[in-house]
Design a protein around this ligand. Structure first.
Ligand code: ADP
Length: 480
């Protein structure tokens, strides 16, 4: 019988309590999957944001404690609840005001909030008399918990092995300089980090993390290159023996076209043909010509430079000689929102924009659109392509990061293909790929094979959860 490992899992967001993006999906599904594996005492800790979904949960006051700061100790409280049996703590305190969004445009304030949270999570351990073997922090928001231990600020925890999950490298946590001072964390000087990174949350976490894990194997390699390394590639190459990638999974109970109550027609891999009803309903909903034979492309995404949204309108302009429709669901960068609205104006019979965050609409889109576009400049893992495949919606992605690790291009394997990949995040490349996809769409038998291949893929956490457990064991053994 192997030892039961204790894991503290820290994240800024976790569904179903709160989800802004993929980090919320992962933090809300990986810890429960690990908990379900049985032999692991894993506990999730997140901030008690004002927008936390409370329905269906009972929050029990679990602890009260103080986080030291230059201006005197700051009171924090932790509330306890459970998610499918997984222990969850939510931390409050004045730096996490209920009226504030999870992430704001006021970066120093966010820096202060998440620094407080990272340190409060360590103080919580004393309050509940529980010391983990592993601290698994995620992204810049919680990376300073690792720095706090490694720098000697929280020396008493030096036996805890630390793992830093990187879901999106370029978000370095650049604005924590003042917070580092407020909370009296020791400065990092003359480290192996480049000087400019010595006051940034993610690099500081990377400096002392026993291991760094990215959310796909390809992204682990990419972050060690100048193109994707955000200036840290040299530092990361020195650490290459303690960097690896484990592919994210999705919650296949939540994302299941066979039981999804929010779509017009449920379907399985065996009767994927009835899916056509969902396409019709979607075309009607968006007042598009209802026609099964016109390929319906979709996007469900943050509207961000990372996601390559800007190249989309020109890519479609290259295939005006073909029949197509497009629906874009997303919010974010105001300039990209305006560009997408303009796209809708330019193609009144073909293009539609839904500029908002709408989880139920995303389900109707995955269930009804023929293909999902993910033209990302970089993609640490990406979940939408996996969700799309599960719903028989064919992914068209740029060959980068996790998209490369999850999509099998039909030209690579006619038998096993699940979608389309293109080389550069450029309108020309996406346009060519749209043409290729549109031609294959006309071959209904081949298209159906793509759908069924995708629906057969196992994107559940079971595979990756096992890899995390193995990693936890080896890290814990390293500290013994
Ligand atoms: P990222 O984390 O970079 O935003 P991912 O592909 O990893 O990208 O995860 C995005 C998640 O957010 C998916 O679950 C996707 O369905 C969801 N999502 C993104 N934009 C929207 C939107 N406008 N409405 C509803 N869901 C969205």
């Amino acid at each position: 019988m192997t030892k039961q490992i204790k894991v503290l899992f820290l994240a800024a967001e976790a569904e179903p309590f709160i989800k802004i993006g993929g980090l919320g999906d992962v933090s809300g599904s990986l810890p429960p999957a690990l908990h379900a594996s049985g032999n692991l005492d894993i506990r999730l800790v997140i901030p008690f944001h004002g927008a936390i979904q409370r329905q269906g949960f009972h929050f029990q006051r679990a602890a009260e404690f103080y986080v030291p700061s230059q201006d005197g100790p700051i009171r924090a409280e932790a509330f306890y609840t459970e998610l499918d049996g997984l222990p969850v703590y939510l931390i409050t305190g004045t730096p996490i005001p209920p009226e504030a969004p999870v992430y704001s445009q006021d970066y120093p304030t966010d820096g202060y909030k998440f620094t407080f949270f990272s340190l409060a999570a360590l103080n919580l351990l004393e309050a509940i008399q529980w010391t983990p073997d592993i601290l698994h922090a995620n992204d810049w928001h919680t990376a300073l918990s690792i720095y706090a231990i490694g720098s000697g600020y929280a020396r008493k925890f030096h036996k805890i092995a630390s793992l830093l999950g990187v879901h999106n490298l370029p978000y370095l946590g650049e604005h924590v300089g003042a917070a580092l001072q407020s909370f009296e964390l020791p400065p990092a000087e003359n480290t192996t980090l480049p000087g400019w990174a010595e006051k940034m949350a993610l690099p500081l976490g990377m400096l002392y993390a026993d291991h760094i894990v990215t959310v796909s194997p390809s992204y682990a390699k990419e972050i060690m290159t100048p193109e994707f390394g955000s200036g840290l590639d040299g530092f990361l190459r020195q650490r290459k023996n303690s960097i690896s990638g484990i592919l994210n999974g999705i919650n296949i109970t939540v994302w299941d076209p066979g039981s999804d109550a929010d779509i017009a027609q449920k379907f399985t891999r065996e009767q994927v043909d009835v899916r056509a009803i969902n396409k019709m309903v979607l075309q009607e909903e968006f007042r598009l010509p209802v026609d099964e034979n016109i390929p319906l492309f979709a996007i469900v995404s943050r509207l961000d430079h990372q996601k390559g949204i800007d190249i989309v309108p020109d890519a479609f302009r290259q295939i005006t000689d073909m029949r197509w429709q497009a629906i874009i669901l997303g919010t974010g960068n105001p300039e990209l929102e305006a560009a997408i609205r303009q796209f809708e104006v330019d193609f009144p019979n073909q293009a539609r924009a839904a500029i908002r965050f709408d989880a139920k609409l995303s389900q109707r889109i995955y269930a009804g659109a023929d293909a999902l576009l993910i033209p990302s400049r970089y993609e640490p893992c990406g979940l939408t392509q996996m969700i799309a495949m599960r719903y028989g919606c064919i992914p068209i992605g740029r060959a980068t990061g996790g998209l490369m690790d999850t999509i099998i291009d039909i030209d690579t394997s006619r038998r096993r293909g699940t979608g389309f990949l293109f080389a550069q995040a450029k309108s020309e490349d996406l346009g060519d790929c749209l043409r290729r996809a549109t031609n294959i769409f006309a071959n209904r038998k081949l298209w159906k094979r793509l759908q069924q291949n995708g629906m057969q893929m196992d994107f559940s956490w079971s595979n990756s959860a096992g890899k995390y457990i193995k990693l936890y064991h080896s890290l814990s053994a390293g500290k013994a």
